[in-house]
Design a protein around this ligand. Structure first.
Ligand code: TXA
Ligand code: MG
Length: 329
């Protein structure tokens, strides 16, 4: 047996025993538990320090039987799945009664996605082979403490949970680097109904529009919206106080060696100055590792130059804004 196969076997054994397994996806690392094991789900919430009413995403294999998860699969959802799975798109659908309410934080909906990562897909295939037919999914929030920066390497996960009994599958650094886009397609009945973007992420809204035929609605505009922890104003946050500012403002500012900077300027000033990639996907891939690094430099403050506008940068503006709001605690 190869080393990877042995690690997957061990991971499945642990999931079966109701224990937690962290696994890589293309976006960020997930903290996995058997989605039908209510005690294991409770462990996920406890380990993360996450309130039990914040729903988890369930990760599914490519060939998943969606009727085990949702009572209502609109044709639009099928088209989105065909186009974007495996990939960084989470769909919110009506939850089937057999899916534990706990995994959905008590919501009558369920978040589902098929991750585009060979190790995650191998884990799902092996887990599913030992699971009852309608219980084939791994619940997995990002593998970080509630409100903190998401992990994009196995070492980040280990650093988040010292002393916890969590088996970590190491798949290297995540290629997308920010979380999946979350699209609510659970309320498409009704005259003005359209899909709602709950969290911008790995797939730009403009790309979703190619399948939907229009841009998705924005969260907060629709009444009775389910709660999304990633939509809290303070999230994805470093502990050092952090400020976003425009390049012009930054270049006119004195910067000393107590201030950590992440800027597009190629002329670093100060020892704690890091240069940001000019291209959005490279920036996303670096974002969380960079926030962790800047947080650990012992700086009194972190300054981050605001990225350009445009569709490719929308999810990054979202994460940076929440990191700024939540920083310093
Ligand atoms: O890329 C990702 O989505 C990563 C990887 C591991 O798959 N997962 C992730 O999980 O970011 P988490 O739990 O950190 O964020 C999931 C978000 C939360 O904000 C949660 O509130 C929302 O998805 N969510 C899950 N189920 C939902 C539901 N039924 N209705 C509304 N929001 C939901
Ligand atoms: Mg998270």
């Amino acid at each position: 047996m190869t080393q990877a196969a042995a690690q997957i076997d061990l991971a499945v054994e642990r999931l079966r025993a109701g224990r937690l397994v962290a696994f890589p996806t293309e976006t960020v690392y997930g903290l996995g538990a058997d989605a039908h094991n209510v005690a294991a789900l409770a462990e996920v919430f406890r380990a993360k320090g996450r309130p039990p009413n914040h729903p988890l995403i369930v990760h599914l294999a490519r060939d998943a039987d969606l009727s085990a998860w949702t009572t209502d699969l609109p044709p639009l959802a099928v088209r989105l799945i065909e186009r974007f799975w495996p990939g960084p798109l989470t769909l919110i659908l009506k939850r089937a009664p057999s899916v534990p309410a706990e995994v959905a934080g008590g919501q009558d909906t369920i978040g589902l996605r098929c991750p585009d990562h060979p190790l995650a897909l191998a884990l799902l295939a092996a887990f599913n082979a030992s699971a009852p037919a309608r219980q084939r999914g791994i619940a997995g929030p990002s593998a970080n403490r509630f409100g903190h920066v998401s992990p994009t390497t196995a070492a980040h996960v280990a650093a988040e949970f010292p002393g916890e009994d969590i088996y970590i599958l190491d798949g290297g650094a995540c290629l997308v680097g920010i979380e999946s886009t979350i699209l609510d397609v659970s309320r498409l009945d009704g005259p003005a109904a359209r899909p709602v973007l709950l969290r911008p992420g790995g797939i730009a809204a403009e790309l979703l529009a190619e399948v939907i035929g229009e841009l998705p609605g924005r969260a907060g505009v629709v009444a009775g919206q389910p709660r999304v922890s990633g939509s809290l104003a303070a999230h994805y946050a470093p502990r050092t106080p952090m400020t976003l500012l425009d390049g012009a403002h930054l270049s006119g500012m004195p910067v000393d060696d107590r201030v950590a900077v992440w800027s597009f300027s190629l002329a670093p000033r100060g020892k704690l100055w890091r240069v940001a990639p000019a291209e959005a996907s490279a920036y996303a891939r670096q974002l969380y590792a960079r926030l962790r690094e800047l947080d650990q430099l012992g700086a009194s403050h972190i300054l981050i130059e605001r990225p350009p506008s445009g569709p490719d940068w929308a999810a990054l503006h979202d994460r940076l804004g929440r990191a700024e709001t939540g920083s310093g605690f």
